[in-house]
Design a protein around this ligand. Structure first.
Ligand code: CA
Length: 366
């Protein structure tokens, strides 16, 4: 019987036999997935939106076209801040944003993007991949049927653009500043007025004095916004966003419907995009800072140490307040704090000590 079958197959040629005997099992797995992805980013925003488009292309290439993701920038399919809901309810299969946008849904998510005086990019990645952070993040998103993966990191951001010099914590009193998230809560604690504006409205508001100050991202994105024309003082460091993690999120059902090999590819490309994104920021920020200093002669200033101490105390209070909002937020906060202390001690004798050794070799004057 087997022999007769073999002869029958052999009749259609050796190539056909090879194809049916060898390729058949994988042919069964060759289902094509056509997915939609929405983001919180404006069209063409470098690294954030373009990185998400790169993610989709890399997934397509790595899967040989088995996963095709059509990417929609913020507002093209759903409003930017409806990204999480659209992924959660299955309107789309995946999305990209940052976890702190979803603080209204679950306060625990705020530890997964940017924590004032929290971890930098290296520390965040260590927490996610090797310190249990991603497991916690999955736990926080699970009730929403959403699976998170780190997909990028801005590195340490800049402190922001100010129309006046900032010498003491008292200078924040009455200051109108655009600064979102937990950092905004800290500034409010220092007596500042936090103003939330869409990206497109910030420059004009700063130029007209409706805003006294704004933070944005880092030199690369700040230069593009032209803030140096509206506010003369450019402060560092971005204590409020010391290594903001960007996310790719998947609808749980869609993610789990994939064969294992495709899940691994999505995870691997997300991880690769995370590294690519940080590299783009580090490289682009370095070049843009040089241009801001040498070409546009910006007044680059460091926040005074006393002011940082005061803001750090306020940040601690804000974080405790957020952690008290529900047991899951408390659990994430405590885990983050423990990990931060652990890598902080190591960082003191490694990265920090090393940067101090080489710092005087760099010039901020261009
Ligand atoms: Ca920012």
């Amino acid at each position: 019987m087997k022999r007769r079958e073999f002869i029958k197959k052999a009749g259609v040629g050796a190539a056909a036999v090879a194809a049916s005997a060898i390729a058949a099992p994988s042919v069964i797995a060759q289902k094509t997935y056509n997915w939609k992805m929405v983001t919180t980013w404006p069209p063409n925003l470098p690294v954030l939106q373009t990185g998400t488009e790169r993610f989709a292309q890399r997934v397509k290439d790595a899967t040989g076209g088995r996963i095709n993701i059509q990417v929609y920038a913020g507002g093209e399919l759903v409003p930017p801040l409806s990204t999480f809901d659209a992924v959660s309810d299955g309107t789309v299969e995946c999305g990209s944003g940052a976890a702190y946008y979803w603080a209204g849904k679950t306060p625990a998510c705020q530890w997964f993007s940017a924590v004032p005086f929290g971890l930098n990019a290296q520390g965040n990645n260590a927490w996610f991949y090797s310190g249990g952070g991603l497991k916690l993040w999955e736990e926080v998103y699970a009730p929403f049927n959403v699976v998170p993966r780190p997909q990028g990191n801005t590195g340490v951001q800049m402190g922001g653009w100010f129309r006046k010099e900032m010498n003491t914590i008292g200078d924040f009193n009455g200051l109108k500043m655009r600064i979102p998230g937990l950092g905004g809560k800290v500034i409010a604690g220092a007596g500042g007025t936090v103003v939330l504006l869409a990206g497109g409205e910030i420059f004009t508001s700063l130029e007209r004095g409706v805003l006294d100050a704004t933070e944005w991202v880092g030199p690369m994105h700040d230069l593009r916004m032209g803030f140096y024309k509206a506010a003369p003082y450019y402060y560092y460091p971005g204590w409020h966003e010391p290594g903001t993690t960007l996310e790719v999120i998947f609808n749980k059902k869609a993610y789990e419907s994939l064969p294992k090999d495709l899940q691994v590819i999505l995870d691997a490309v997300a991880m690769e995009t995370n590294l690519w994104s940080l590299s783009e920021f580090e490289s682009g920020n370095g070049a843009a800072l040089q241009e801001l200093i040498t070409k546009h002669k910006v007044n680059l200033k460091q926040f005074p140490a006393d002011m940082m101490d005061e803001l750090r105390k306020l940040a601690k209070e804000v974080l405790e307040e957020e952690a008290n909002k529900d047991p899951l937020a408390r659990k994430v906060h405590d885990a983050f704090k423990k990990f931060k202390a652990q890598v902080g001690v190591w960082g003191t004798v490694s990265e920090n000590a090393y940067y101090n050794v080489i710092a005087d070799k760099f010039s901020l004057k261009g």
